[in-house]
Write a protein that binds this ligand. Sequence first.
Ligand code: IPM
Ligand code: MG
Length: 370
Amino acid sequence: MATHNLLLLPGDGIGPEVMAEVKRVIDFFNKTGPDRFTFEEGLVGGACYDAHKVSITDATMEKAKAADAVIFGSVGGPQWDKVPYDVRPEAGLLRLRKDLALYANLRPAVTYPALADASSLKRELVEGLDIMILRELTGGVYFGEPKTITDLGNGQKRAIDTQVYDTYEIERIGRVAFELARKRRNKVTSMEKRNVMKSGLLWNEVITALHAREFKDVTLEHQLADSGGMQLVRNPKQFDVIVTDNLFGDMLSDIAAMLTGSLGMLASASLGEVDPKTRKRKALYEPVHGSAPDIAGKGLANPIAMIASFGMALRYSFDMGKQADMIDAAIAATLDKGIRTGDIAAPGEKSVSTADMGSAILAEMEKLSA
Ligand code: IPM
Ligand code: MG
């Protein structure tokens, strides 16, 4: 029986509340198998800043590198708005992504049948939606240098962020996109702004060449990222896999999340390269939603994105696709019963607490595994 070692980083805001539900899911698998999980916990974000004056410690980074997977909650909150930029809560997450080289961020947007009416779009546009946003996660404007604010001395300042991509970075994310598409509906839409950005020009060129060389069997389309955003709300079902850079991927995945009814529904996986020796890859799993400070600590948060993120860990790190499918089926069955947290409840509809949602999903898992 395989044992997998996890590092849990609940973080700030609703992070600890939704992580508590993942711990119950871990307990479930430790009882039912087939694999066992052990875990350690660590501080990240504002919680870590309060204890150590940094947003993640070197010791926690070492644990993250040694773990079979990192399960991450959320970071940030208004109480840390004034902390130095280098140690702001988000810096902890960015360091994890960069130092673990988690360049491929998979953000599946799937509309559960029971939630088609919770979307801000018409039911017929989102019913049956199943798209994958693949976001490049370790390059682009998030990490490009220089990244500065300079005082020009005349009452003016100048801020610089740098958008930078090398061929290999575009190629490796492109390869993930085409390989994902082959297991889905075989279509990739690449999004950039080649009409105004050199990085967009190179992005387009590299993806086109990679497709011609290795992936001719996959349908490839290119869209400008602004128009792609428009298409995402006009006719989302035209897409299968969308591959795009770090910043566009950040924006487009929030848009895609709302198609599914709520940010509280969207899971994500951030993956690195497979190590040729161990056959393992570094990986971090996190919900796309943030720390939601307005509802933190009240037991109101939706744990579905966090639980589904753990499901992605089973699928992408531990070859437990069957168990991952079971988690997805348990979530769908819970929603079919009309059980809702506040974010996905219709106006006037009754809503349950974070823990009650977790219990309902676990009850369905018990049934499915019986
Ligand atoms: C996300 C978040 C992060 C990002 C923040 C918290 C730094 O918005 O994962 O989408 O911008 O990447
Ligand atoms: Mg974001």
